[in-house]
Design a protein around this ligand. Structure first.
Ligand code: MSP
Length: 513
């Protein structure tokens, strides 16, 4: 019966698709990149724990003028630069212990061919025309800005701009305003946190210009089909990674995790929300419809073709200042991990700062928070409880005298996890840890043990309850600190209490700093 149920669950498993942005290969990975990747990892692990079948995609964004320029400045070929830096991002992913299913590089053939395929669809559907572009271009952002958007002669992002005039292909983005507005207003959770919706809404309401989607002043890009002189705009190329990594049309993964998936989530930083919430859905719709068929498509059909959620997270500063190479205050995730360990790093990034808000990284806060929650609270709870099991119960978890009910922590944090309110979920878990620590203090099992058979049974009930609590806490923390939780499960010989399994005295879970 149980097997039958499990099988059904598997067959009906929901699918979830999670993507990180693909990272530019012109600089070393820093804490911001680690943050986005970890946010995806937590969502992926949680979805799996809930029984979903998950595909988690990440990779590197390797074309464009910026990369070409960095290669020139550093005397490398663009490809050599890409190979070198892409490997740093892959190494970072491994160090962070992220569970991505694949890693795409935009210079791979499997990507380039799909970008050209998407282009051809847009072209055949009548969305692309040739024209001349004049405007302010910021290489750093790989984006054009209108005169009215400039602030003191610079892009709104602070990037330097230069005047450009060139022949280029345009995408008729101006035709998508109404449909995008409909998506923003009617497709639930399309942009999260909800506070960010206004930003894209007002951008679209301000009127969309057609978008220049090819370049002729450099070569490092995917060629425009049938016109060698042009390369495809790097954002059109980069966004396509979300479907090229799945194999695009006809591929099993594409059908499973895009076409038939109702939970496609792009995690992005707030700086790149516009590309994901405006351009990307327009490109996707343009690949399926021409102007007439788009006008006749139902909302349901349209909503199924665009991502389900674009979650824009905030930015990290260091000790209150913007991180930058020139200030020399960029936090290197590798250094933090080497110094304090992976799980403390994973934990800190999500425990303090509401996901979606900007956060500030300070080493003092890092130490205080991880000591308080992981060392003194959770780690201590495990240590105290299991020491009593080892010392007073021969290493076996005592059987309770009656059936014991404990609060269901997993249920309690589920609503927070589904809204990506990671700090709130962690807050609940830590509150639960504190309650368990108070319970052990109050019931003082070490005293009860000395009070004869009855006392020992009472102590046994306390310890049983605490073990139950620890396993629940571990389960709920697994997405955040998978390695440490694994150690807890190993000590217990599994995820559930067994009375016939001898418990090993655990090693220290978290070192105090
Ligand atoms: N290549 C584009 C994304 C293309 S996706 C189709 C890009 N790359 S990036 O390497 O510059 O940035 C990748 C991610 O790192 C972005 O989501 C960005 O918001 C994030 N971060 C970069 N610096 C950051 C902080 N200081 N703090 C938090 N995240 C930040 O954009």
């Amino acid at each position: 019966m149980k097997n039958e149920k499990m099988k059904n669950k598997k067959n009906n498993a929901k699918t979830t698709y999670i993507t990180s942005p693909i990272y530019y290969v012109n600089a070393q990975p820093h804490i911001g990149h680690a943050y986005t990747s970890l946010a995806c990892d937590i969502a992926a692990r949680w979805a799996k724990m809930c029984g979903d079948e998950v595909f988690f995609a990440t990779g590197t964004d390797e074309f464009g003028q910026k990369i070409e320029k960095t290669a020139r400045d550093t005397n490398k070929t663009p490809q050599a630069l890409c190979d070198e830096f892409s490997s740093h991002f892959q190494a970072l992913g491994e160090k962070l212990n992220i569970c991505n299913n694949d890693f795409i590089r935009t210079t791979q053939d499997r990507h380039k061919t799909q970008v050209q395929k998407l282009w051809t669809k847009l072209f055949n559907n009548g969305w692309i025309y040739k024209g001349k572009y004049e405007g302010w271009y910021a290489i750093r952002d790989e984006a054009f800005y209108d005169e009215k958007e400039l602030i003191n002669g610079k892009a709104p992002t602070g990037a330097e701009v230069e005047w450009k005039s060139e022949e280029c292909y345009f995408f008729k983005l101006s035709k998508f305003g109404a449909i995008l507005e409909k998506i923003y207003l009617e497709k639930t959770n399309f942009v999260l946190p909800k506070t960010r919706l206004n930003e894209v809404l007002s951008f679209v309401r301000g009127g969309l210009s057609d978008l220049c989607i090819s370049r002729t002043n450099f070569n490092w890009g995917v060629g425009v089909p049938n016109n060698e002189k042009h390369v495809i705009y790097v954002w059109l190329d980069a966004l396509t990674n979300y479907i090229s990594i799945l194999g695009y049309e006809g591929a099993d993964n594409y059908n499973k995790f895009w076409v038939n998936c109702k939970n496609r989530i792009h995690f992005v930083g707030k700086d790149i929300l516009r590309f994901h919430a405006v351009y990307w859905p327009a490109f996707l719709l343009g690949s399926f419809y021409n102007e007439d068929s788009l006008a006749n498509a139902t909302s349901e059909e349209i909503f199924a073709k665009v991502p389900d959620t674009i979650f824009a997270h905030g930015w990290w500063t260091k000790d209150g200042e913007k991180m930058s190479k020139s200030l020399g205050n960029v936090v290197d995730p590798n250094e933090v991990m080497e110094k304090y360990g992976l799980d403390k790093f994973r934990y800190f990034l999500f425990a303090t700062n509401p996901f979606g808000n900007d956060g500030n990284f300070s080493e003092a806060d890092f130490i205080a928070k991880t000591n308080a929650d992981l060392v003194n609270n959770f780690g201590n709870l495990v240590q105290r409880t299991l020491t009593i099991v080892a010392k007073n119960f021969d290493g076996y978890i005592p059987k309770p005298s009656t059936e014991m009910e404990t609060d269901n922590l997993f249920e309690k944090i589920t609503p927070f996890m589904t809204q990506f309110a990671y700090d709130k979920a962690i807050g609940e878990i830590i509150k639960y840890c504190s309650t368990a620590n108070e319970f052990i203090d109050k019931s003082a099992p070490w005293k009860l043990i000395k009070q004869g058979e009855d006392g020992k049974q009472q102590a046994g009930d306390v310890i049983y309850t605490l073990c139950e609590n620890i396993l629940q806490i571990a389960t709920c923390l697994e997405a955040f600190i998978p390695d440490s939780v694994q150690k807890v499960f190993e000590v217990f010989g599994g995820r559930a209490i067994s009375h016939s399994q001898k418990i090993n005295q655990p090693q220290i879970l978290f070192e105090r700093v």
